[in-house]
Design a protein around this ligand. Structure first.
Ligand code: TRP
Length: 472
């Protein structure tokens, strides 16, 4: 039986597992595969990873439950859901700002996220053409020296027409699924692609583990050295946990709005957070053995996936095939996230203007094309264009970095702090308790986390995001 949202035929997930897969699809993305290994590598490995897991459990999980319950209660777009809960709690309807801010962030994130999605498309193509040139056996890029392989990345990033074209291509694929609707587009994509993603991830990880550097990786990722746990490392870990769980941008409020009444949100939140963390850790176990086996460094940051890793496929048997599969896997994960990101402003516009889904999705995508083109050009033609140069936090940053920084350092934490204050302190307790379905000790723990730990920890992130020099 369909768990359709109540109300006048609003589209919704057809089952609990469809919701879980779509939400996992939203959470699992470039954040897990590209950003997590890069951050872990740049922040010293084990200390970062252990603290990251702590953050997911203590901060991520309570905020995830808060967001999905606002959506499920409201059964609407994110701002309208928040407004409804506020109204029923006798609070100001202006609390919906927490969700409006998120809608705006989601729009900005999808704009630059599709640029990275476009880079991924390029690498799929690079490995396919390599397969045709050098054949199935042996590693990728045979006969080419390492400098030549590493040059693939700067030559892509430096080509304006190519980065913009690839960005538009990735956005068009995203639009296709969003335009088809929740149950017949987004859900179908998630239900097919997420299992495929998991199969690829496990297969590549097992394959990589034969490369020999597996135990080195396990040591690297899980040896906890307390002295490495500095302030900036902790903050990087909290921020990463947030980005990875898709929190603070109304994504989970929007997806929660399509969930039926009979789904236990605390249970699904645990499943979603566990799956997302599992993928991040496995991504680490997948990428680092390949990098270490090739004798490369772990701390390449964002270039780890696009510059270091391709180089590592050279020494791997069946290298070009593994390269294709690897980047297809990354592309699939990115697509299920970009679809969620585009859905957030689309559902808002539909509700706000009464537009039907297709024109609403196309309008938002058009905006994302413009902002996305500017982001895509920020690694080449617009490399010297710093839109917010007058603000110290964004000095010397191009459009891509400004969009990323504005959302992750300011909008996301502000929206999340407002969410926890709203759910913890303002909203009617009975309504909240009936949505979470928690009772006894778990409820007490959850309340403590939402009311105290989350807002305070998030305030710290926001402060350090804005005043990076205030900590050591
Ligand atoms: N969590 C996604 C990832 O790991 C990125 C993301 C951030 C996102 N916020 C979101 C996806 C909101 C969907 C909705 O790649």
């Amino acid at each position: 039986m369909a768990l359709e949202s109540q109300g006048s035929g609003r589209d919704g997930w057809s089952s609990r597992s469809a919701f879980i897969l779509a939400a996992i699809g939203s959470a699992v993305g470039l954040g897990n595969l590209w950003r997590f290994p890069a951050e872990a590598g740049a922040n010293g490995g084990g200390a970062f990873v252990v603290f990251y897991i702590l953050c997911v459990v203590l901060i991520g999980l309570p905020v995830l439950l808060s967001e999905t319950l606002i959506g499920r209660h409201g059964q609407s777009s994110a701002p309208e859901s928040a407004r409804r809960l506020a109204r029923e709690s006798g609070a100001s309807r202006h609390w919906s700002i927490l969700a409006s801010l998120g809608v705006f962030s989601a729009f900005m994130i999808v704009s630059f996220y599709c640029v990275v999605g476009g880079w991924v498309l390029h690498y799929i193509w690079v490995f396919i053409s390599d397969l045709f040139q050098t054949g199935l056996t042996g590693g990728a890029f045979q006969g080419r020296d390492p400098a030549e392989i590493e040059a693939i990345w700067p030559s892509l990033a430096g080509n304006g027409a190519l980065t913009v074209g690839l960005d538009f291509a990735f956005l068009a694929i995203t639009l296709f699924f969003v335009a088809r609707g929740v149950s017949s587009g987004i859900e179908i994509m998630a239900v097919w692609l997420m299992p495929a993603f998991f199969i690829l991830l496990i297969a590549i990880t097992i394959y990589g583990s034969f490369g020999g550097a597996f135990s080195e990786t396990v040591d690297y990722l899980f040896t906890f050295e307390p002295e490495k746990l500095t302030g900036p490392v902790m903050l990087a870990a909290v921020g990463q946990a947030f980005f990875s769980l898709s929190l603070g941008v109304s994504g989970m409020i929007t997806y929660g709005g399509y969930v039926g009444r009979n789904v236990n949100l605390a249970g699904t939140s645990v499943i979603i957070a566990s799956a997302d963390t599992f993928v991040a850790l496995v991504a680490g176990l997948c990428i680092f053995p390949i990098v270490f086996a090739a004798g490369l460094g772990a701390n390449a940051g964002p270039a780890l996936m696009f510059q270091t890793l391709p180089h590592a496929f050279q020494s791997m048997p069946l290298g070009s095939v593994i390269g294709i599969l690897f980047f297809v896997m990354v592309g699939v994960a990115a697509l299920t996230s970009s679809v969620a990101l585009l859905e957030v402003p689309t559902s808002w516009l539909m509700e706000k203007t009464g537009l039907r889904r297709v024109p609403a999705a196309c309008t938002i995508a058009f905006g994302a094309m413009i902002l996305g083109a500017l982001s895509a050009l920020s690694t080449n033609q617009l490399a010297d264009f710093y839109p917010l140069n007058f603000i110290p936090l964004f000095e010397g940053q191009g459009v891509f970095d400004v969009l990323d920084g504005l959302t992750s350092k300011i909008f996301m934490p502000v929206a999340a702090i407002l969410t926890t204050i709203f759910v913890g302190w303002v909203a009617d307790r009975r309504l909240i308790d009936s949505e979470t379905g928690l009772s006894g000790g778990l409820q007490v723990i959850w309340r403590f986390l939402v009311c105290w730990l989350c807002p305070l920890a998030l305030l710290a992130i926001l402060a350090v995001g804005i005043f990076p020099d205030s900590i050591g």
